[in-house]
Design a binder for this molecule. Structure first.
Ligand code: G6P
Length: 440
């Protein structure tokens, strides 16, 4: 393995995102141990305005912090990628307008409309996978030694697509759900986050905490008991927690993630989404307003730090997870972090070459998943069935094959009917037509 460079170039694809100030803050905080020299924020023409606003804020942030990080803004992806050491991806094909369609259309058919689950996640994958493949080809040419750290959703499927179908092997998928679960557990146990560790295993947005420790001692039973009280929950800003049935949670005997609400409370979640869509709007519509507020704030020339309002977004703490990961790869830290990576036999029953979300030791050669073995029988089936759905979806995204797309959507447990799947597929293929050239 080559020696680590003395200083780092980071390319951020989707640099105009409202999350960027958090990422910049993360690099500023760690500058002593993580010598970042340049951060290139790159976006597409449609995002030019946001890139300019957030880029100027990023410049003010590094200047105020007095760190020697150069911020570069560009619409030229190849320039941003050239000789980068780490490439982070946080782009959204079709912007929030496409997300709003992903959320609204399935609801018409009584099916969950959500950014990363069910038909919404399926269509986000169809739009995004061809683009990530293009980025991988450019990385091969312009920065073949770089690590790709992907936060773009659906993060699990994106990681799997890169692992199976590109020549980029240095890829890690990141999500803030595990960090959010640890922080939630710490709060319920009334201890500092640093004292909590969870053994994670499963898939992205379908991850379980197999055990939970405070100072190395298991507190899983105590935590699950606390969670049976409806007053207590572990959730994210974008998911309304309703509390678990005590007997169900006791029997499950592992910690579910907030996204499990969609699988174990499907009916209630659909009802809630229908209500939200007709009242305050779908999550994308709410986020659109939030973004407008954020960009208003970002334009203030006196603002030189991440505003607290950013924590209203579901993806808060992403960047902390990203900077922590980059730092551990760079320093060969060998600490334990939950990431999306090649299974390599860690979880029995999931192909070795598939992506899983699992606790890993982070080394200079990337994440080494900790052996899990078989998942409890109560959760194994759901994990395997979503993995099949993910694999079929990726195949559909790459081939543009209608029948494969229909098969993928029908086997998703949130859809539940081939006829409904077909109606949703037809309407959504039309609605997203301009972002799905592979289907034409
Ligand atoms: C969660 C998920 C992220 C997702 C985010 C959406 O935190 O883990 O993958 O992007 O929520 O948040 P938003 O504020 O856009 O609804």
């Amino acid at each position: 393995m080559a020696q680590q460079p003395d200083s780092l170039k980071i390319a951020v694809i989707g640099g105009g995102s409202s999350y960027t100030p958090e990422l910049i803050e993360g690099f500023i905080k760690r500058h002593q141990e993580l010598p970042v020299r340049e951060i290139w924020l790159v976006d597409v023409e449609e995002g030019r305005n946001k890139l300019e606003i957030v880029g100027q804020l990023a410049k003010r942030m590094v200047e105020k912090a007095g760190v020697p990080i150069q911020i570069q803004l560009t619409l030229d992806r190849k320039k941003a990628l050239k000789s980068a050491d780490f490439v982070t991806t946080q782009f959204r094909v079709g912007l929030l307008e496409a997300r709003a369609k992903d959320e609204r259309i399935p609801l018409k058919y009584g099916v969950l409309g959500q950014e990363t689950n069910g038909p919404g996640g399926f269509f986000k994958a169809l739009r995004t996978i061809p683009v990530i493949m293009e980025i991988c080809r450019e990385m091969e040419e312009f920065c073949p030694n770089a690590w790709l750290i992907n936060f773009t959703n659906p993060a699990g499927m994106i990681t799997e697509a890169v692992l199976r179908y590109s020549n980029i092997k240095k890829v890690v998928g990141l999500c803030n759900v595990p960090i959010g679960m640890e922080m939630g557990a710490a709060q319920l146990m009334n201890v500092d986050h640093s004292r909590v560790r969870i053994d994670f295993a499963g898939l992205n947005h379908l991850v379980y905490g197999l055990d939970v420790y405070v100072d190395g001692v298991s507190v899983k039973e105590e935590l699950l008991k606390k969670l049976t009280d409806k007053e207590h929950s572990i959730t994210m800003k974008n998911i309304h927690a309703m509390g678990w049935e005590p007997e169900f949670l006791q029997a499950l005997n592992v910690l579910p993630c907030p996204y499990h609400n969609y699988y174990y409370k499907t009916r209630e979640m659909v009802e809630e989404e229908v209500k939200a869509a007709s009242e305050g709007g779908t999550r994308a519509e709410v986020v659109k307003k939030l973004e407008e507020e954020l960009f208003q704030l970002y334009q203030n020339p006196d603002l030189a730090e991440k505003p607290p309002q950013l924590e209203k977004r579901g993806g808060a703490y992403y960047s902390d997870a990203a900077c922590r990961l980059i730092h551990s790869i760079y320093t060969d830290k060998r600490d334990i972090q939950p990431v999306n990576t090649r299974n390599n036999g860690a979880i029995a029953g999931i192909p070795s070459e598939s992506a899983v979300e699992v606790s890993c030791m982070i080394t200079k050669d990337g994440p080494k998943p900790l052996t899990v073995g078989e998942l409890p029988v109560s959760v194994r089936g759901l994990v395997q069935s979503i993995k099949s759905f993910e694999r079929m979806t990726i195949e559909a995204a790459l081939t543009g094959d209608y029948n494969t797309a229909l098969l993928a959507l029908t086997i998703n447990p949130l859809v539940g009917s081939d006829k409904t799947a077909k109606k949703i597929l037809d309407e959504m293929l039309e609605a997203h037509r301009s972002y799905l050239p592979q289907f034409q």
